[in-house]
Design a protein around this ligand. Sequence first.
Ligand SMILES: [Zn+2]
Length: 149
Amino acid sequence: METAPWTARGADGPHLVGSRCTGCGAVSFPPDRTHCRDPLCPGGDLVEAALPRRGRIWSFTDCRYPPPPPYVPPTDPFEPFVLIAVEVDGPGPIVLGQAPPGTALSSLRVGGRAELVEGTAAAPDGRHRTVWNWRPLPDADADPGGGRR
Ligand SMILES: [Zn+2]
């Protein structure tokens, strides 16, 4: 398995690596390389930023048919999977990712908490790549406010 360029490994596990603008503090993922996304930004440098590993579930859905290539279904026949959009703590960017296999859609709720974990995805060349997944956390870690902070 290849090392994913989008992660850094901290003492507490893998982190997504984004960028932070020194001019306005905006955090982006995938990282910005040429310019800040904020049209009102006074300008600044873009520096690498390891994002927090947890966030709030902003939205979710399930994918009931296989995405087009280069997606490679991990099973034959295809099995639906869950997609979760998580607002990374900070507040950081909203990052879409798959839930680990076996995650039930009924176990999720907007405002719940999720944590980044590593997963695998098949590639057209037959190899497997490391990908990020959002693993839902028990409701004890949920954000009671629900809405965007
Ligand atoms: Zn900026």
